[in-house]
Design a protein around this ligand. Structure first.
Ligand code: ADP
Ligand code: ADP
Length: 575
């Protein structure tokens, strides 16, 4: 019989309790004070509970924490490169010696922790020692600033694992993965970690690795939390399923989803990944270029050198018992119709590759099919469905400017021009929104922000569903406009500044509001008693003193066409 490698530390931790203990704790938990877990902490809890972090059995206490920061080891000397802590905010009532209920974002009960320690963690030390940087371009360093200042640790008893409703059949614990690997009849297992769709180059290197070790392959994509801006996990999993079903040997391949919250910690993360995979039964681990890398820092430099992760795991792999299978970058050789590693390509051979941004901008955004040498047609199809070309995406035109600047007037003309092009348009006009969605709100800073955020929320939903929306609201504050931009998504948000001099706005005011404000009968009127912050860098500025609403609307249409949101009129009738 084949045997898999033992878990790290000898046995798999299991913190899930059942039977009478569970029933007792369920009753007791209702009376305990609660700590609400972030999505990240819920991911950590699930992996702690099922043994993926073995020999770690709970969130780290101070001794482990400090030792992991400085030495990459738990206090007892066991290699462990990444701190797994449970930070809590000031609102959490945690006392040493007492039990607390750990709950998810929806307040569902996950676990009961016997609090053994409460301690302050150290942001600067953690950032420098684990991530090698305090630059907030690093997504984890940025996130750390929002964590509570204290960490709690203590014995963990898990009553309910976090609930997942998507791809339930592919989510497997270390015990379940080990059972499937045993069925392949092989003792050697190589794990492949990924947070991206599997393209031909990745397929190639996993297949080479399986051949080399004459073993089984664990395709182990991360679906917990990855780098912001990554392809969403639903799309990725659809692509994994089709590529594994169609192009991998089913007798020796196991696809399983890992609810890991990545830290993007480059080299240290790589070592952590290898420990986790050993717990799932793998004794080999594939590491390519830029493993777990968060991209560029604020100086435009990579946070970690491209092969730094390979160096660290190369050194520590023997201690983990997991052998690294390193790869340099693979390129496609069109003349030979095959992939090859960088260092093996003859100097004069033609080589090609596609960057992530080329995939997005040159292919998906333009509706061009990804080439077969780069990705399997099934994967190309999944990606094309998830990332429609720009002219099929939603967008938000956001007009800002003083009262009576001409926002509503231009917006109405524009919505007819877009309708003429066959786009369904929703117009969210500030005045109109204030009669229903924002009825009752006034003009204090807080009420104005609430109003704008409601409009922003509706706009973001429309854009998410690939519709066109035009918003016309004074939106006087830069910070609020920025918040709306990120709600909608910066690529599909177009800020248009309707730049009309105050005197002209006053002249055009049919409702006599400026006059009222001048007489002091209307307090907080934008432009008179209340501030208007002009945008620093609008996508488009329209002047209405010299330009008619029709001309300005046509400018917006031209802008949308240049950006690809509208097809050029002639091209449209052809397609
Ligand atoms: P806002 O929505 O910015 O408060 P409105 O569009 O409701 O402004 O009001 C602007 C007024 O100015 C309208 O009565 C409009 O007819 C008039 N107006 C005159 N010239 C222009 C122009 N070039 N562009 C936009 N509006 C203009
Ligand atoms: P915001 O919420 O950004 O202030 P809206 O476009 O939602 O802007 O609403 C502004 C409209 O409400 C103006 O066009 C104006 O007709 C009316 N209004 C009434 N009182 C005020 C006020 N104190 N300040 C600004 N606009 C006011």
């Amino acid at each position: 019989m084949n045997r898999l490698i033992e878990p790290f530390g000898g046995r798999l931790i299991n913190r899930v309790v059942g039977g009478a203990e569970r029933s007792d704790l369920l009753k007791k938990a209702a009376r305990l004070s609660s700590v609400q877990l972030s999505h990240r902490s819920a991911c950590d809890l699930e992996l702690l509970a099922t043994g993926a972090f073995s020999p770690l059995a709970t969130f780290m206490g101070r001794a482990d924490y400090e030792s992991v920061l400085g030495e990459m080891r738990l206090a007892d000397g066991t290699l462990f490169p990444v701190p797994i802590t449970l930070p809590v905010g000031p609102e959490s009532d945690v006392k040493v010696g007492q039990d607390v209920a750990l709950r998810d974002a929806k307040f569902e009960l996950l676990a009961v922790m016997r609090v053994e320690e409460v301690f302050e963690w150290n942001l600067a030390a953690e950032a420098r020692q684990v991530y090698q940087t305090t630059d907030t371009r690093h997504p984890l360093v940025a996130e750390m600033h929002s964590w509570g200042r204290r960490c709690v640790s203590g014995e963990l008893r898990v009553l309910n694992l976090p609930k997942h409703h998507d791809f339930d059949d592919l989510r497997r614990s270390p015990v379940e993965v080990r059972a499937l690997l045993l069925k392949t009849g092989r003792s050697n297992v190589v794990a492949f970690q990924t947070r991206n769709p599997i393209h031909r180059a990745h397929e190639e290197l996993t297949k080479r690795a399986v051949e080399n070790i004459d073993g089984a392959l664990l395709v182990h994509p991360v679906v917990g939390q990855t780098n912001p801006g990554d392809v969403d996990s639903y799309t990725r999993v659809r692509s994994y399923k089709t590529v594994v079903a169609n192009y991998f040997d089913e007798r020796r391949t196991v696809l399983s989803l890992l609810p890991l919250a990545m830290r993007m910690a480059g080299p240290r993360e790589c070592v952590w990944h290898a420990i986790i995979r050993r717990n799932f039964g793998a004794n080999y681990f594939i590491v390519g270029r830029d493993h777990a890398s968060p991209g560029l820092n604020s100086e435009g430099q990579p946070f970690y050198a491209p092969y730094e992760a390979q160096q660290l795991l190369g050194r520590l792999g023997p201690e983990i018992g997991v052998e690294m299978i390193p790869y340099r970058e693979l390129f496609y050789l069109p003349e030979e119709e095959r992939y090859e590693e960088e260092q093996r390509i003859p100097a004069n051979a033609k080589r090609i590759s596609l960057s992530g941004s080329a995939v997005r901008d040159e292919y998906l955004a333009k509706g061009n099919k990804l080439p077969n040498w780069f990705t399997r047609p099934e994967v190309a199809e999944v990606l094309a469905a998830a990332y429609p070309p720009r002219h099929k995406q939603g967008f938000c035109i956001w007009f800002t400017g003083l009262p009576c600047a001409g926002k509503s007037t231009i917006a109405e003309v524009l919505s007819e021009l877009l309708a003429e092009r066959g786009r369904q348009v929703t117009l969210l006009d500030g005045d109109v929104v204030r009669t229903h969605l924002s009825k009752g709100l006034g003009y204090s800073r807080e009420d104005r922000d609430t109003n704008i955020q409601r409009i922003g929320f509706v706009a973001s939903e429309i854009v998410r569903h690939r519709g066109a929306v035009i918003c016309a609201a004074i939106s006087p504050y830069q910070a609020t406009r920025n918040r709306v931009r990120s709600m909608v998504g910066k690529d599909n948000f177009i800020l248009v500044y309707v730049d009309t001099p105050l005197e002209l706005c006053e002249q055009r005011d049919a409702k006599g509001l400026y006059a009222k404000a001048r007489r002091g009968e209307l307090k907080e009127f934008t432009g008179i008693g209340d501030p208007y912050e002009p945008p620093h860098s609008p996508d488009l500025t329209l002047t209405t003193a010299t330009c008619s609403p029709e001309d300005n609307s046509r400018k917006v249409v031209r802008f949308l066409t240049e950006r690809g949101f509208l097809l050029p009129a002639s091209e449209k009738s052809r397609r």
